[in-house]
Structures are given as C-alpha cells and as structure tokens.
Design a protein around this ligand. Structure first.
Ligand code: CAA
Length: 257
C-alpha cells in the first residue's frame, strides 16, 4: 500500500482520513495500520486539529476487513503479530485525545467493523452493511472485535453476529446500538462534519477528560469509575478552559476555547 492509499485532508479544525484502496474495498494491510499510526501521531501534535473523521473511498466500502490475501500467507505467529498490530492501532484510535468519528459509507466487515468500533461515534450511510464474517474463513475476529462488539451491543447479539457471520444493514446496526445514526449516502460527510463542528467550539481539554472518563471508567466497577470521574472532574479545575468557560457564563458572553 502506497502512502496515497491513506489520504489526509485538513479542513480548519477537522482532519479527514480516507482509506483509499477502493479496488480491494479498502481492505486493511500491515502498511495501512503503520501509516494510520503515523497520521495519528501527527494529528495528536497538531493543535489546530480538534476532531478526526475516518471514512472509506468509493461508494461500496468503508473497509471490507483485513486483507484476506495477506491472511492467506500467515502462520500462527504471523497471525498473532498482525492481530496485535491492528489492536494497538485501534486502541490508539480509542484512546486518541480528540474525538474520532467513523463516517461509514458502505461495507464495514471484519476488521473494518472492528476499526469502526474503536471510534467514538459511528455515523452510517443507509447503504452501509456491518458484519463479522470471519467464521466463513475459519477464523475469528482478531482486532478485538469479540470484546468491543459484545460491549457495544451485548453478548447475545455479538454472539449471533460472530457465530453466523451474517451481515446486517445500517438500520439494524442503529437499532442495536452499533451505530449512532443513519443518513442518506449523499449527506454522510456533511452530517459527520456538522457533528464534528459541534465539538470544535467546545473545550478540547474537557472533551479529552470526558472521553477518558467514559472509556476507562466503563472498564471499572461503578464505584471506581465514579471516583475516576471525580479525579478527572478535579483536573478540569486546573485548566484555562475551566476558568474561561465558567467566567464566560457568569459574564453572559460566549466562551472562547
Ligand atoms: N481482503 C482483500 N480483498 C478484498 C476484501 C478483503 N477483506 N474484500 C474484498 N476484497 C476484494 C475482492 O477480492 C475483489 O478483488 P478483485 O476485484 O481483485 O477480485 C474486490 O475487493 C471487490 O470485491 P468483490 O468482487 O468480492 O465485491 P462484491 O460486491 O461481489 O462483494 C463483499 C463485496 C461482500 C464485501 C465481498 O468482497 C466480501 O465478502 N469480502 C470479504 C469480507 C470479509 O470476509 N471480511 C473479513 C476479512 S477477515 C478480517 O477482517 C480479519 C480480522 O478480523 C482479523
């Protein structure tokens, strides 16, 4: 995969990363993950960027999975290495200190669905299809799909999707909580940008702490999660954004973060 197979566009405070190998339905290779990791490093340091949107090139697919040609070359050690690389990069998306929105424009299968689940928010076009078809290949999801899917939609629904390998449409994905909303294909990027812009004028540090509290707190029991939240709530009070946000309210003006 060449560099051009992962496109980066910056538009004000938004960064849009496009998986751009539509001939192979944007299937994920080792090179895609390595390049994605580099782009995330770059965007984390870029103080102009406040929200990242991930999408797929072409009308057919967001990402149709891990590259099956590559899977065909792997032994057990290679498979573990590929899974751990993918998991590391998807974890990085999940822990990224700025919101990451998946704009899902078509098939989100296997590793594609797993990558989308690492994003904070998923918006799907009405033509999108979701699934974990790995059992049809004699394998299981390896990019932490068994873990994230069960957490997002519950154990029973996750098992049904993983054991059958069947695809579901965008409406069903929305009904079970796999995506936040469904829009027509022609409005997908517009909706993703509009949602991102609603976050751009808010406090970036507060959003970062809120993301941390939700993601890490949910992995704890309730009491610990609530205490973790209180610690992050306290940290907010050390930031300039907190001073600005509260002063702006009291002075009846708009906050400038
Ligand atoms: N890897 C590599 N190439 C892929 C691919 C994948 N995951 N998915 C599609 N492609 C390629 C096809 O081989 C085809 O290439 P050629 O034109 O060179 O033959 C091209 O993309 C277009 O695909 P189709 O002709 O198959 O398109 P279609 O409209 O008939 O079907 C589809 C679309 C239902 C998505 C079908 O392509 C498909 O079933 N793809 C595989 C989906 C899959 O099994 N994904 C899971 C992969 S395993 C995984 O992700 C591992 C993991 O969790 C660790």
């Amino acid at each position: 995969m060449t560099e051009a197979s992962l496109l980066l566009e910056k538009d004000g405070a938004l960064a849009i990363i496009t998986f751009n190998n539509p001939k192979a339905l944007n299937a994920l290779t080792v090179a895609t993950f390595c390049r994605l990791e580099e782009l995330l490093d770059q965007l984390e340091q870029d103080t102009d960027i406040r929200v990242v949107i991930l999408t797929g090139a072409g009308e057919k697919a967001f990402i149709a999975g891990g590259d099956i040609s590559h899977l065909g070359t792997l032994d057990a050690d290679g498979a573990r290495e590929f899974a751990l690389l993918a998991q590391r990069v998807i974890d990085r998306i999940e822990a990224f200190p700025k919101p990451v929105i998946a704009a899902i424009n078509g098939y989100a299968l296997g590793g594609g669905c797993e990558l989308a689940m690492g994003c904070d928010i998923r918006i799907a076009s009405d033509s999108a299809r979701f699934g974990q078809p790995e059992v049809k290949l004699g394998i299981i999801p390896g990019f932490a799909g068994t873990q994230r899917l069960a957490r997002l939609v519950g154990k029973g629904r996750a098992k049904e999707l993983v054991f059958t390998g069947e695809m579901i449409d965008a409406e069903e994905a929305c009904r079970i909580g796999l995506v936040n909303r469904v829009v027509t294909g022609d409005r997908l990027m517009e909706e993703a940008r509009a949602l991102a812009l609603k976050m751009c004028d808010k406090s970036a540090s507060a959003i970062r702490f809120a993301k941390d509290a939700i993601d890490n707190g949910l992995e704890m029991d309730f009491a610990r999660g609530a205490r973790y939240e209180a610690d992050l709530f306290a940290l907010c009070f050390t930031t300039a954004d907190c001073k600005e946000g509260i002063s702006a309210f009291l002075e009846k003006r708009l906050a400038r973060f």
